[in-house]
Design a protein around this ligand. Structure first.
Ligand code: GLC
Length: 468
């Protein structure tokens, strides 16, 4: 395919065409008619009233795949290369001719997500670089008119549906390529065009690909929520996709928060997004990958506090997922196949505090103790007799009485003792029975909460100052 550089002038033309076209489509008019009336009466009432229902599947899911793929993948130095390395637009856009994903790229991604036990997939349909992975009519800077010659979003959507995965579209509001993307900050005329362009692109994404489950906005620079008309934007989104959930990065609170590179619980739905090495987009030289054990701990930490975990892959130029990312996800998936009940559908609030070698999730009256570092043969056993069994997992400050305990890996019953201070799992093998993490499920007499701070208040009644 011959690449025609997109001139400033043709861009204005495309953007203008988009603004016009966006007023028309029949499909949109039909959907508007069918939309919930509350949405058209009030920007937020519809969103508030339906939030719990719309979020229900997502709160069960707990674990999703983030995919960063675009022209930046060809450079292999993360997705910010265009700006952080100061690459001029006429140069950068030459890459568009060379993006040639494998015929099977999307199936590889979603099958990997499936093997990993991830329940939804979120793809960068347009990152900050401005290149659109779908068949947009509003710019020729897109995957159909440039190198791929294919609608990559459509292939992704079809592949994800075939695997029964929920579908998310990441969409960057910031756009380094569009001629109005920056000047819209100061020029009202440019803003008008750019907002219309943005609405037009979102409308295409949410009209032409069937049911979409998540809209994952990113980076509202350089406009304020008012200038983006973010309320009207969300209203359009819900009109087109009444069951969708939206995040908080168009400047409005949305349905869920998005702590990045960190786990930070909120008093609302939240999802922590994380990379396996340092970059979101492919970074060839970075081989510093987090281990499956650390990532499973992150996943459990999110579940412990009632949040989701969106774990990223940064595919190579042809769409291949770097082998280290594949093997990590497969390890996580194998673990989830046995231990899934300790993650999926769990409710937050299992613990107010972390253990030294373990973590906690809960579902109803069941407490799941995730043991990362197997505690066995402490030298202190020669002095403290409760450490004498070969391995003892102890949990201080559990509020509930344990009725029975079992290893998720084998189903084997685990012997234990419990007093008001501590639950001690004593009937454990010397070596960790599961890898990278062993989970013990404890059936309790009430919804369990672990809070070792409770112990402090109890010390005086526990023979403080007594000999022995
Ligand atoms: C940030 C970065 C972006 C990345 C995103 C993922 O906003 O700018 O590169 O896609 O976070 O959360």
């Amino acid at each position: 395919m011959v690449f025609e550089p997109v001139s400033r002038r043709s861009f204005v033309k495309f953007a203008g065409a988009g603004a016009l076209a966006s007023a028309v489509p029949a499909a949109f008019a039909q959907r508007t008619a069918a939309a919930p009336t509350a949405a058209s009466q009030n920007d937020f009432a519809y969103q508030e009233e339906t939030r719990a229902r719309r979020l229900a599947w997502w709160e069960q899911a707990r674990f999703g795949m983030f995919i960063h793929y675009g022209l930046y993948s060809l450079i292999g130095q993360q997705e910010w290369a265009m700006e952080s390395e100061g690459i001029p637009i006429p140069q950068y856009q030459l890459l568009a001719e060379h993006l040639k994903p494998n015929p099977d790229f999307a199936r590889q991604w979603v099958r990997l997500a499936k093997r990993a036990g991830q329940k939804y997939v979120v793809l960068t349909t347009k990152h900050h670089e401005g290149f659109c992975l779908w068949d947009t009519k509003l710019t020729n800077y897109n995957a159909v008119r440039q190198g791929p010659g294919r609608d990559l979003v459509r292939e992704f959507v079809e592949a994800a549906r075939a695997e029964g995965l929920r579908i998310g579209f990441y969409y960057s509001l910031m756009d380094w390529h569009h001629p109005d993307g920056a000047v819209c900050k100061t020029s009202p005329a440019a803003r008008k065009r750019f907002v219309a362009y943005t609405f037009g692109l979102l409308r295409e994404l949410l009209t032409h690909y069937g049911k979409i489950d998540i809209l994952w906005y990113d980076e509202p620079w350089p406009l304020t929520p008012e200038q983006w008309e973010a309320g009207r934007m969300n209203r359009m989104v819900f009109t087109l996709q009444p069951e969708i959930i939206v995040n908080n990065r168009n400047g409005l609170p949305g349905d869920f928060s998005t702590p990045e590179h960190k786990i930070q619980a909120a008093h609302r739905a939240w999802e922590s997004c994380q990379t396996m090495n340092l970059g979101w987009g492919y970074q060839r030289a970075d081989q510093e990958f987090k281990s499956p054990r650390i990532l499973l701990n992150d996943l459990a930490s999110c579940a412990q506090q009632g949040g989701n975990f969106l774990l990223n892959i940064g595919p190579e130029p042809d769409g291949t997922v770097p082998p280290q990312q594949v093997s990590t996800l497969e390890t996580m998936g194998r673990w989830l196949a046995t231990n899934g009940e300790a993650i999926y559908g769990t409710q937050g609030g299992a613990s107010i505090s972390f253990g030294n070698y373990d973590n906690f999730t809960r579902q109803g009256n069941t407490l799941y103790i995730h043991v990362y570092f197997w505690p066995a043969h402490t030298p202190a056993a020669q002095w403290l007799k409760f450490f004498r069994p070969p391995a003892v997992v102890a949990v201080g400050g559990l509020n509930a009485k344990v009725l029975s305990a079992r290893l998720l890996k084998t189903g084997r019953k685990v012997e234990f003792t419990q007093n008001e201070f501590s639950l001690r799992l004593t009937g454990l093998p010397e070596q960790a029975p599961d890898h990278p993490v062993t989970v013990v499920a404890c059936q309790c007499d009430r919804p369990p909460v672990v809070d070792h701070h409770r112990i402090r208040a109890l010390w005086p009644r526990y023979g403080a100052g007594m000999p022995g």
